[in-house]
Design a protein around this ligand. Sequence first.
Ligand code: IPE
Ligand code: IPE
Ligand code: MG
Length: 250
Amino acid sequence: MTKPTELDPQSLPRHIAIIMDGNGRWAQKLGLIRTLGHKAGVDSVREIVRVSRKLGIQVLTLYAFSTENWKRPKDEVSTLMNLLKTYLEKEVQDLCANNISLRCLGQIDKLPPDVRDVLLRVIDDTSKNTGMVLNLALSYGFRSELTKGVQEITRQCLEGNLSVDDINEETISNHLYTAGLPDPDLLIRTGGESRLSNFLLWQVSYSELYFTEIYWPKFREKELIDAIKQYQVRQRRFGKTGEQIKKQET
Ligand code: IPE
Ligand code: IPE
Ligand code: MG
């Protein structure tokens, strides 16, 4: 097994975002029902949260349910919601023991009331933890996030609290769910698709993208470390030349 020590601790991504895809196909390939794939996916969530914390990642954002996922069959949606509730109920102690603070990106008000109550309770119970931020993207979609942000900014302008000329990139960042957090350095998508599916489209402008064929239930410690290793050999230029970056590093 790959050891975490093989990573360069000086150049870890501060923020890792993951599109956890491929639960259904993993299950179907084994002749199982899709929902068993979601169940197995929860074990990957546990492991990836634990390993990220151990490595010293500051922010981990997991795409768990999109605004578009409400269109799935009712049974599947309700299984996902139940799994989420159970995960949160079981995990709160571990999150606290590991100094992890939970936050939610997305339309909390669209979640079933019992799930929302548990979620808000865990967010509150873990709010003072400082070791790592775990963002769960739930009923999340970037277009809806941006729309909400534009509404808030417009309202401030109309109420005379903000001038149109003062709107800048920071204003927009501050009106997204991720306000105050660094942008993802590394975006991972499991399950073989090469698309972003409405995930953090503003925030990933300069993220390193890592697509893997591995289905989410099979994405564990070794796979995360492989992704970070790949990240560590890339040169992030942010528009500059390679030579400029090398000079900066020396
Ligand atoms: C990701 O796995 C979980 C959610 C989107 C909720 P999928 O359920 O999308 O799995 P595939 O893509 O159908 O295999
Ligand atoms: C993206 O997966 C959303 C989550 C992982 C929660 P989907 O399976 O919903 O994405 P598409 O529909 O294939 O693009
Ligand atoms: Mg999918």
